[in-house]
Unconditional design. Structure first.
Length: 368
């Protein structure tokens, strides 16, 4: 299958997303075609990336001066300490603003690398090579970068667009199924927020997507990116419409933080649990019709996605969850702002609720 190209156009930056197999062996060619020129680059690499894939990238960039920084990409290491380590390398090697930094990893690697690029000399060329399904369909698109703090997730960051995104399917073949499920969670979310045929496509082809069969996986990534592209082109800096991308995320981020960003619950799994919780809250508040709710819940069950928050939390965790929800960056008052769902393609933003109301709801969720 030929590579698929999607162009993202924002007010400040336009860049291509290229989706296909065995793309990285021709990385230098794709950079040239898109007029991305530099003398030296820094590869920021998740330690889990297979050596043979890094070798292909280095071979393609053999005419460039290439440095590398390998780190353990997890939520605990998504912090200013690692951003500073990247900045220190760039400073020591005297990178110019025309040089570049290349992220090779999942969403955490992209977030940390992109944030460092946005800070260095007020903007260094940033190239993103997402290696997980979750990062290929979500975090690599839209320019959100940042780090976690003890107060919560992604509270320090910037909007900084890459020069190009290369989504090579070959990286996905080395991932455990759990990681594919995590990425599927974001594809599933995208299928709910705009009126498209993606939800129907997922209903018919989820098993082929989980198996990474071509052309099903490429189409799922493409359609998911296309939805996110539409949203961010209308609202790059999350002033209004872009908030729909946070469907389920207020719950999800609080779930992750409550567990201390442990391996017990990955981000994509937290998103799926957050979506299910947001759907339940939409139902109990009579925002979504029962038949619409059932069709979505049936997909969660049929696709065998994680859906039981009681597997991860008990009633004693309630106050901690609410505390993190109250610190969410989307809040503008003492109330907690949620993105909920009226029907597929019709999300509801800026829905504010008191901690008391959410406490009663979550208590019920953890009891049923």
């Amino acid at each position: 299958m030929k590579p698929i190209k999607l162009k993202v156009n924002t007010k400040l930056e336009s860049y291509p997303i290229i989706i296909g197999s065995n793309l990285i062996k021709n990385l230098n060619l794709y950079l040239k075609k898109n007029s991305i020129n530099f003398n030296q680059c820094l590869l920021v690499i998740d330690e889990k990336i297979p050596n043979k894939m890094i070798f292909k990238i280095r071979k393609s960039l053999k005419k460039k001066k290439v440095s590398s920084f390998v780190f353990k990409a997890n939520e605990k290491n998504k912090n200013m300490n690692f951003v500073n380590k990247i900045l220190r390398i760039l400073l020591n090697k005297n990178f110019s603003r025309q040089d570049c930094v290349i992220s090779i990893g999942g969403g955490i690697t992209g977030d940390v690398t992109g944030f460092a690029a946005s800070l260095y000399k007020r903007g260094l060329n940033f190239i993103n090579i997402p290696t997980t399904l979750l990062s290929q369909v979500d975090s690599s698109v839209g320019g959100k970068t940042g780090v976690n703090t003890k107060e919560g997730k992604n509270l320090i960051g910037s909007f900084y667009q890459p020069k190009i995104v290369i989504s090579d399917i070959e990286f996905l073949k080395s991932l455990p199924k759990r990681e594919i499920i995590c990425g599927y969670g974001e594809i599933f979310k995208h299928s709910l927020i705009l009126k498209t045929n993606l939800f129907k496509y997922l209903n018919n082809n989820s098993s082929n997507i989980f198996s990474l069969k071509s052309p099903f996986i490429e189409k799922a990534i493409f359609e998911s990116c296309k939805i996110k592209k539409k949203v961010i082109q209308k609202d790059e800096k999350e002033k209004n419409m872009r908030k729909i991308l946070n469907l389920g995320h207020t719950f999800a981020h609080a779930f992750e933080a409550t567990l201390g960003y442990s391996k017990k619950l990955n981000h994509g799994e937290a998103v799926i649990l957050g979506l299910k919780t947001a759907l339940n809250f939409s139902l109990v508040n009579n925002l979504i019709k029962k038949n619409e709710y059932n069709s979505i819940i049936n997909h969660i069950h049929n696709a065998k996605l994680p859906s039981n928050i009681k597997k991860f939390f008990k009633k004693k965790d309630l106050n901690k969850i609410l505390s993190f929800m109250s610190k969410d960056k989307k809040n503008n008052s003492n109330k907690i702002s949620l993105v909920l769902l009226k029907k597929i393609g019709h999300p509801l933003i800026n829905r504010e609720y008191s901690k008391k109301k959410l406490s009663l709801f979550l208590k019920s969720e953890l009891s049923n």
